[in-house]
Design a protein around this ligand. Structure first.
Ligand code: ASP
Length: 346
């Protein structure tokens, strides 16, 4: 009888362990799935459809996205910080006339190019931003300098330009940012009826796209960072500032949750506090990055009437690209060196 009781006891112990071990692999699996590092970028959302993009254009965008993401990838692979990866990746996109940032910035109503940018460190929750500058070649560098070398989070216009000069950042003549293509977009929008309202994105226009650039990265030290750089929206007026330099709307990073960069109709992203909202849903409601991004873009933003998208990366290196437009220029690279480039919805 005693033997029998021992046997039952032994069976119960084995059974309990077996049940427990069911959960262990899942945890281990999650741990082992944690990427050592990863990086994701966007080059704007909008009416990006296969029929609207020539093969040459598609190749040009693809090549530039790849060039940019590889810069950040190398930094991360060599143990560099997510902040450096984000900044240097964005520099490549800012120097290209293809995107609405840096060199390729869109025109204001007055025929000028005014830049906004921001960057955030997920480890310290430190952040830097600049708004409405006209002479700083790489606005993301200014945002970084505001974060690292000033007691402030956001600087604007002439004051920000003076600070940039003092920091030794590259200053250019405003004419550097003038590109014929973006000037034509301004002329077209001004000639259209829609000019009478302060609405600058036309979902009916074939080539209507936002073109802002952004990057989010997780480094080998487990730190997240995100950054965004833009020329804003064509025909913007009255010193309009969009979401891109606004921490919580255009950019957000928090090591506890995720790093996010937005692109789209800025007014809606500000009203929806899109980037922070995604992080908050993860932090307070326990949603995954995928669930949070989907809810915020496909439901909240869409119901508000906003167009655009986000790229984001969570603390385990999971990456998400969510948009409610026809397409979004985007790319990802993981720690295995696998590259993905996307433009269209499919
Ligand atoms: N979000 C930017 C803005 O409203 C535009 C863009 O994404 O291209 O200024």
């Amino acid at each position: 009888m005693k033997k029998f009781i021992y046997l039952i006891f032994a069976f119960l112990v084995v059974y309990a362990c077996k049940n427990e071990s069911k959960e262990v692999p899942e945890n281990i699996q999650n741990e082992s799935e944690k990427a050592e590092f990863s990086i994701i970028i966007h080059g704007g959302a909008g009416n990006i459809k296969r029929d609207y993009l020539s093969e040459e254009k598609e190749a040009a965008y693809s090549q530039k996205l790849e060039e940019a993401i590889r810069v950040g990838y190398e930094i991360l692979k060599n143990g560099g910080t997510s902040l450096d990866a984000v900044q240097n990746t964005i520099n490549i996109l800012e120097d290209s006339p293809l995107f609405n940032a840096g060199k390729g910035a869109v025109f204001t109503y007055e025929g000028l190019n005014e830049h906004d940018a921001s960057i955030m460190d997920g480890k310290t929750l430190n952040a830097g931003a600049s708004a409405g500058t006209k002479t700083v070649k790489n606005p993301i560098n200014l945002a970084r300098a505001v974060m690292d070398d000033s007691p402030h989070v956001m600087l604007s216009r002439e004051g920000a330009e003076t600070f940039a000069e003092e920091q030794g950042l590259e200053i250019v003549d405003p004419s550097y940012f003038s590109t014929e293509k973006k000037l034509k977009s301004l002329e077209r929008i001004k000639a259209s009826e829609k000019n009478k309202v302060a609405s600058f994105y036309d979902a009916d226009l074939q080539d209507s796209k936002f073109g802002t650039v952004g990057c989010a990265a997780l480094d080998k030290h487990g730190n997240l960072a995100a950054g965004t750089s833009t020329g804003g929206m064509t025909n913007k007026r009255w010193g309009r500032i969009g979401d891109s330099p606004i921490i919580g709307a255009g950019t957000y990073a928090n090591n506890n949750t995720c790093a996010v960069s937005s692109t789209g109709w800025g007014e809606f992203f500000i009203r929806g506090m899109v980037a922070h909202d995604i992080s908050a849903l993860m932090e307070y409601k326990g949603l995954t990055l995928k669930e949070a991004a989907n809810l915020v873009i496909q439901k909240k933003l869409s119901e508000l009437g906003g167009d655009g998208g986000i790229i984001a990366i969570d603390k385990n290196g999971n990456m998400v690209m969510e948009f409610n437009t026809q397409g979004m220029f985007r790319a990802t690279m993981n720690d295995k060196g696998e590259l993905y480039i996307g433009m269209f919805k499919d």
